[in-house]
Design a protein. Structure first.
Length: 175
């Protein structure tokens, strides 16, 4: 009885090792899908999350896709994996962001309006110009700007420099 249990355990262990080896080969074979998705997303998300982190999340999503796909993976897996990888990275980015989806949308609307109006005017638009163009009040513009700024990661040193610069500018305006 003991020999049968030991034999069963050894068999299961060898099966597990073979499965892990096959998964590793498949991950290497389809790793270019992860690289392509991460490179595409790094333009927008590279500030918030490192490329290594995005690649790790992408590899986990790829592995989950490979485990769900029956039989020997082929080119169909590439098409199935890309949106899953992108979705997994986006899910992690959303998890890291403290803002609600609506708050993010409002920030994007503000930045889009700022770019559009800036192109039309040939300069950076003022808050009242933005408020008029967007059809909202100045308080709402300022709140959206605060939400946007709060979401931008900055180092402690850059925050201190910005604070010093603000104090200098304020003192020159008040004197």
């Amino acid at each position: 009885m003991v020999n049968e249990a030991a034999g069963l355990a050894a068999y299961q262990q060898s099966q597990q090792a073979g499965l892990h080896g096959q998964e590793q080969r498949l991950l290497i074979r389809f790793a270019d899908v992860v690289k392509r998705v991460v490179n595409h997303m790094s333009v927008q998300a590279g500030v918030v999350m490192s490329l290594d982190d995005m690649e790790q999340i992408g590899l986990i999503a790829l592995l989950e896709t490979l485990r769900r796909y029956p039989g020997e993976p082929d080119e169909v897996v590439r098409r199935l994996a890309a949106p899953r990888i992108r979705g997994a990275i986006l899910d992690e980015l959303r998890r890291l962001d403290w803002r609600s989806r609506r708050s993010r949308q409002k920030s994007h609307e503000l930045k889009d309006a700022e770019r559009t109006l800036g192109k039309q005017l040939g300069r950076v638009p003022t808050e009242p110009e933005l408020a008029e163009a967007m059809g909202i009040g100045l308080d709402e513009i300022r709140q959206r700007q605060l939400d946007y700024e709060a979401a931008q990661p900055r180092s402690f040193e850059s925050a201190r420099k910005t604070e010093k610069l603000s104090r200098i500018l304020l003192s020159s305006v008040t004197t």
